[in-house]
Design a protein around this ligand. Structure first.
Ligand SMILES: [Zn+2]
Length: 470
């Protein structure tokens, strides 16, 4: 490392060390607010949490910090323009609502009375997501202090929603409503994690999701299997055959057109995934599964991060009570979900499913397919300049090489990508043992401060290496 870098690093670290106590006191105060979006009696707390955050962001120095109402819980928006008009604009996404929590769920201490034990801060929301939102507040201050600036090196925007733990029902509409103010060259999502304490990672994408329910109808009512069996089509048999036809013998999805547009893993990405210290036995214990199974030719990590899937989430039809009932049922159903990867269009998948189902059904079986709203996949290429900045900033903070992951789940970040047309990057410092949604949720204070430090380096690096896209 060259001398100027060392100076910048020590300036950031000194600033963080000087402000660490006040930062943790503030975070603790915020964590005491039980902003549980799923429980109506906590609605005032969610509003209080939004007001608290907006006030704190003003105090941090954001010239604009507003509470944005929605038909549900409010979001917080803040903006701190750079003095450099050509600097890129970055929008940080996180959420201030939390999962429900009660002491009797198995917590060792009260979930909304934060305590530090062994260098870890225990409280609901410590990792998901208040801690990770909050590291940006000290991060931007450290960035200013270490560089002698009065405004950030990038145009910095924050959008912190209040309904993420309730499925973000109004998020897309909120983003559409305020799209002119939210415009950004890149979105940084701080609501994810990294591989482990020793292996800092940047997540480069999330899978999308399409879901449907398929109902099959045979006779107009359940009929006697002695009088009619063997001579009329049975919808329960038809649904079983349909499900059996969903995959081929290589566990590939057999719906024609399903893989259209799929962005394949590059050799480099496959190498990088393979370098992660992945312990399949440990992973199987977490999966509570007794074996692995998936698309031939791909590793377990590739299957869950970078390959699309079709899964049966539920199946039913006919008599399921005690004893027997000799009928041909009048209907049967299956619920399917499809995880989608970059390049797949949910609308196209929907059409492909719609075209595939009737061809798999015998004469005399009617069908109905109902799709739920889909979530698009997102993926940022490894060579994207903003991703490179995140990697460098994290590498400086952690002092170890940064590796890459992806996320198999799906989230509201895709709405930001869709509406704003900006690439989405994921900067999270949480680790799998942080207990998201579980009792004894915690954040490791050293990691939290690494998050502060990463945020402190990131804005300068971005401005230096990446200009506003005209
Ligand atoms: Zn979260």
């Amino acid at each position: 490392m060259s001398q100027p870098v060392d100076t910048a690093v020590s300036a950031v670290r000194t600033y963080i060390a000087q402000h660490r106590v006040a930062f943790l006191d503030d975070l603790t105060e915020w964590l005491r607010i039980p902003s549980v979006s799923a429980q109506p009696d906590h609605a005032p707390d969610v509003r209080h949490s939004a007001d608290w955050l907006a006030a704190k962001l003003k105090e941090t120095g954001f010239p604009t910090a507003e509470v944005w109402p929605t038909p549900g819980a409010p979001a917080v928006y803040a903006e701190w323009p750079s003095a450099d008009p050509e600097a890129p604009t970055v929008l940080v996404y996180g959420h201030h609502d939390v999962q429900p929590a009660a002491r009797e769920d198995g917590w060792d201490s009260e979930p909304f009375e934060p305590v530090v034990r062994d260098g870890r801060l225990y409280a609901r929301g410590a990792a998901d997501d208040k801690g990770q939102v909050f590291f940006h507040t000290l991060g931007v201050r450290a960035h200013l202090a270490a560089t002698g600036r009065t405004t950030p090196a990038v145009h910095l925007k924050l959008l912190i929603e209040g309904e993420e733990e309730s499925g973000s029902p109004h998020f897309r509409a909120l983003v559409e409503e305020h799209a002119d103010r939210l415009t950004a060259d890149a979105v940084i999502v701080s609501d994810t994690g990294m591989w482990s304490e020793d292996t800092p990672t940047v997540c480069t994408g999330m899978r999308g999701l399409a879901e449907c329910e398929i109902r099959l109808y045979g006779p107009d009512q359940d009929v006697h299997s002695g009088s009619f069996g063997g001579a009329v089509p049975n919808p329960a048999t038809a649904v079983a055959r349909l499900v059996a036809a969903l995959h081929d013998e290589h566990a590939r999805v057999a719906i024609p057109g399903f893989y259209d547009g799929v962005v394949e893993l590059t050799d480099r990405e496959r190498e990088l995934f393979a370098e992660l210290p992945f312990d399949e036995d440990q992973w199987l214990r977490t999966a509570k599964s007794h074996g692995t199974r998936g698309e031939a030719g791909y590793s377990t990590l590739e299957r869950v991060w970078a390959r699309p899937t079709a899964e049966v989430n539920g199946i039913g039809g006919g008599y399921q009570g005690p004893g027997s009932k000799t009928i041909i049922p009048s209907s049967a159903m299956v619920k399917l979900s499809f995880r989608l990867v970059a390049g797949q269009d949910p609308e196209h998948v929907r059409e492909a499913v719609g075209a595939w189902v009737p061809g798999e059904l015998p004469d005399g079986i009617r069908h109905e397919i109902t799709f739920s709203p889909a979530t698009r996949p997102c993926l940022t290429p490894l060579d994207h300049p903003a991703l490179q900045s995140v990697v460098r900033a994290m590498g400086r903070a952690f002092g170890t090489p940064v590796r890459f992951t992806r996320e198999g789940g799906s989230g509201p970040a895709a709405d930001l990508q869709d509406v704003l047309g900006a690439p989405v990057l994921f900067l999270g410092i949480s680790v799998p043992s942080d207990g998201w949604h579980a009792p004894d949720e915690k954040v490791d204070l050293d990691l939290l401060l690494k998050g502060v430090e990463t945020s402190a380096y990131l804005w300068g690096d971005l401005a230096e290496h990446w200009r506003h896209a005209p």
